[in-house]
Design a protein around this ligand. Sequence first.
Ligand SMILES: [Zn+2]
Ligand SMILES: [Zn+2]
Length: 387
Amino acid sequence: MPSLSHDALTALTALRRQFHAIPEMGFEEVKTSDLICRTLDDMGVPYVRGIGGTGIVATLRKGTSTRSIGLRADIDALPIREATNLPYRSTHEGRMHACGHDGHTTMLLGAIRALLGTDFDGTVQFIFQPAEEHGKGAIAMMQDGLFDRFPMDAVYGLHNMPWLDAGKIALNPGPIMGAEDNFVIRIRGQGGHAAMPHRTRDPMTIAASVVCELQTIVARNVDPLQGAVVSCTEFLTDGAVNVIPTEVTIKGDTRSFLPEVSQLIEERMHRIAKGLCDAHGAELEFTYDRVFPSTVNSPAEAALAATAAASALGAGNVAADTPPMMASEDFGAMLRARPGCYAFIGNRGADGRGGIMLHNAGYDFNDAIIPDGVAYWVSLVEKALPA
Ligand SMILES: [Zn+2]
Ligand SMILES: [Zn+2]
């Protein structure tokens, strides 16, 4: 396994910090794309820009095989005001690389450089994906012909984890990240004087029942061995302290791993809300949106990824059956179109660096794991496309 030279690591660390200083939100990654393209130009690697907005695909071909894989890094940042004193902290007010996508981008560029000097047989498509945080970038690239224009047999993703020790990789051969759906339940009754409830149709009591009844979906309808969450997160009325409202709006968020569970939640939610509204003579408006699909690894590709990780980092540093997480990731959309594997890479150094939670204003990607990520990508290409 080629390890990064001291000079290469120094250059990649400097590059990562350049990305960190210019965080940009989804579909606004112009400076970020410019820097990726300049780096690809320096390496003489061909690429296509503007796929799904600000996305880029770079391509390396070796040998004669028609086999092909895709490696994906996300490139966008978050609407967070950075609260670190790092010398390379964000220069964009209210924007921050608080999820480590600056590190993911750098590790993928590092892998390209390493693969220029490595033998493999086939094609590697390097996907620099915009707009992961609001879940629209993967779909945008796919709608722009990602898999038709850049054929791939399988696709792989990697995300740093602050609660996983540096030097480790964790993955599993099935659902690894949850689906996120959002819902809005609008209940319209008839408002009126708080002292004369009998002359109103109070949507408040109905809505309160709906909030409680929705908890029976997970408790009584979903198979206990299949994870799901139903959370009501907002309760809005047009009432006042002495006014029974006419309308109550309940908003919330659900999580699940399997499409059939998401379907079940939507159906039960609609039936419960409709039933309670009918019972009390109120009108219901119901919307249910699927924001992120679940991220489900395919067994063969997960096994290949585990082998590649073991060869890069040592067998004792790979958890090949890690428990899934309910957070969401838009790479799940790519895994609906192609088999593949999404893996976590440890970000927490023994010195405590890289241990701050993702999406926290004090977070920073740990540059010391750049060689781990590069070694994993290179090993994956060598295993998937052996020379
Ligand atoms: Zn994030
Ligand atoms: Zn992220």
